[in-house]
Design a protein around this ligand. Structure first.
Ligand SMILES: Cc1cc2nc3c(=O)[nH]c(=O)nc-3n(C[C@H](O)[C@H](O)[C@H](O)COP(=O)(O)O)c2cc1C
Length: 179
């Protein structure tokens, strides 16, 4: 059994990106399990807090999930053509303590959904220097971006578009096969 830790970078209840991650969980092939992690309770990074208290529990939990996973799937929204702060903040916390050792060499795939016509392509590109710094193994054989999300998801943020579901299934299968 291969395990992939999936993280959505949105806190929104009806988030397209969280819906995309839910669909990935459903569509994962036999022998592959996508475990969902949550960035919701990760506080804003504060070096004083880290010095006084160490890593917060939600960060330790994410690190534990990442350590146990064969790969990491980042499902990123795009804000102002870049990475949303809440998502970067969670990854920054995760890089602390033993984090760099956990990230090093870990295969990482990126996808994402946005309202606009470019489907998070710039946010995905902005993750690249971060992943390089964390010494992850960025999976580059596949690429998936979901543009014009309101046309493809229902009002609860579930991915309903059959074509995108097929593309997602293939994306997850290909990433999992590379692990
Ligand atoms: C601060 C902010 C900036 C945004 N910038 C972009 C953008 O650069 N490109 C884009 O396609 N959509 C942009 N959007 C729209 C998002 O794609 C949309 O809010 C989407 O629903 C966010 O993902 P989520 O549904 O997973 O929360 C932006 C939204 C916010 C709140």
């Amino acid at each position: 059994m291969k395990t992939i830790l999936g993280l959505s970078g949105s806190l929104r209840r009806r988030s397209y990106n969280s819906g995309l991650l839910r669909a990935a969980v459903e569509l994962a092939p036999d022998g592959v399990r996508i475990e969902t992690g949550s960035i919701r309770d990760v506080p804003l990074y504060d070096g004083d807090r880290e010095e006084a208290e160490g890593l917060p529990q939600p960060v330790l939990r994410l690190q534990e999930q990442l350590r146990a996973a064969d790969g990491l799937l980042l499902v990123t929204p795009e804000y102002n053509n870049g990475i949303p702060g809440v998502f970067k903040n969670a990854i920054d916390w995760m890089s602390r303590g033993d984090g760099l050792e956990i990230f090093a060499g870990k295969p990482v795939a990126i996808t994402g959904a946005s309202d606009g016509g470019f489907g998070t392509i710039l946010a995905q590109a902005h993750w690249l220097p971060v992943l390089r710094t964390l010494k992850t193994r960025h999976w580059q054989e596949g690429r998936m971006r979901v543009s014009r999300a309101p046309d493809l998801f229902d009002e609860d943020g579930n991915l309903t578009d059959e074509r995108q579901r097929r593309i997602l299934r293939r994306f997850v299968e290909d990433f999992a096969r590379s692990l």
